[in-house]
Design a protein around this ligand. Sequence first.
Ligand code: G6Q
Length: 549
Amino acid sequence: MASLTHSPAWNALEAHARAGKAIHLRDRFAADHARFSAFSLDAGPIFVDYSKQCVDAETMRRLFALARQQDVESNRDAMFAGQHINRTERRAVLHTALRDRLDRAVFDDGKDVMPGVRDVLRRMREFSNGVRHGEIRGFRGGVFTDVVNIGIGGSDLGPLMVVEALEPYRTDRLRSHFVSNVDGAHLARTLQALNPATTLFVVASKTFTTQETMANAAAAREWLVQGLGDVRSVEHHFVALSTNLEATGRFGVVPARVFEFWDWVGGRYSLWSAIGLSIALAVGMDRFDELLDGAYEMDEHFRRAPLEANAPVILALLGVWCSNFLGIDTHVALPYDQSLHRLPAFLQQLDMESNGKRVDRDGLPVDYDTGPVVWGEPGTNGQHAFFQLLHQGTRICAADFIVARDTHYPVGNQHQLLLANCLAQSRALAFGKTETEARHELERQGATADATAELAPYKTFPGNRPSNTLVLRKLTPATLGALIALYEHKVFVQGVLWNIGSFDQWGVELGKQLAPEVLSRLRGESSAGPMDASTEGLVAKLTTATTAR
Ligand code: G6Q
């Protein structure tokens, strides 16, 4: 394939970006009163406003031409059809099958995966109902009061983010905890308030070999056995979510307590699978089904809407426009919703692990930027922290504002305050404040001529900083499912546009490989050979009592 950067669609966009560089969002809005309706759309339960992006109709036409040149539609269809688009791991990518709500077959290597999917969902329902209704109990007959999910990365961030987001749907009778960090503090602090007799551990690990998860699970098992004084308690208090049924057995989880998933479910795309058991335990299986329904609605939108009205495609194209043509290399996720406080961390993994790649699908180094740096925090907190840089820094960040029209928490008029802040911030980013406006403001406030001249540059906001605003009717299981699926598909489309494989993660392997070698040095065991001087020096610093200050 000809290099992307020499392709017709890419060149056309470059030329267009050069020509339009000087056009400010103020001028774009002034020139086109229909801009809001032209550059917004409904995608299932989510409304997407992208009118505050630095685009016009011609930009969008050229972006859609890029999507067609890169075969977005056939790549999308290949994913839904179970083709092995995860080339380096030789796997299908079928997280969409996990939420397929139609009674149809979905094939991987000629085998219909749907009977297995439905069976696990049925077992998740049975088990979560049993625990929630107090029918499935601990070893000594105690009703479970606490669920501790032990997992990391994709086996933690998704369920954690959803359980936090769906707080209004949770029951007080069953508390949820998530332990991911191998730092003993995470497990120790979680367990200190818990009673072994009423605690259920959910060990979530696709491979069931991940060092951190296995260490935490082993420590939790010891805590349980010590607390209850009987090793037989393990089979009553441990559940495993995994593709590795041999390893779950070796750990001591009985087959009836193992919830299976499959290699065609990527870790960061796995909350829809058995990995979602902690969600089902927290909010009930009916709510979990609604989450799947919402994701399915977005899947159908992504499958069927023409590119020009396809929200994941549009968001992906806008991201590429910002990053590759406007030179904006960071993307900030700003949920104006405290319940979505872990969404930025979830999106960070989804995006950066999927598209943080430097070779293309043919194994050749790319000569263009791929995935952006993704970060974020809920508004309004971020406004009192890093928004300074967003408004007046030298680096431009593309922003997504995410907000729900209705709240679950009608406290005073606070929801209106939240909405007002959300809209005010995207407005300030887009339109800024000119130096003349800053001067007039100072004059109106009675500043002297000298003070006005001195302060005006500091009070000037350049604006022209692009953002999308995503509006949900209300944060429900269904709208949350749709929101997550929207981002999943956006990330996938960007991978296609950049011709990179979004579903492997070789970049996380090196650290996993090197850790055991360093561990043996920390333990004072000999290793294959000396390591670099810095690591050797740090090992000495961390292991020699006298040097620690
Ligand atoms: C996700 C990644 C990674 C993975 C964790 C946990 O896509 O592959 O974050 O989820 O490393 O892996 P296990 O589930 O195998 O423990």
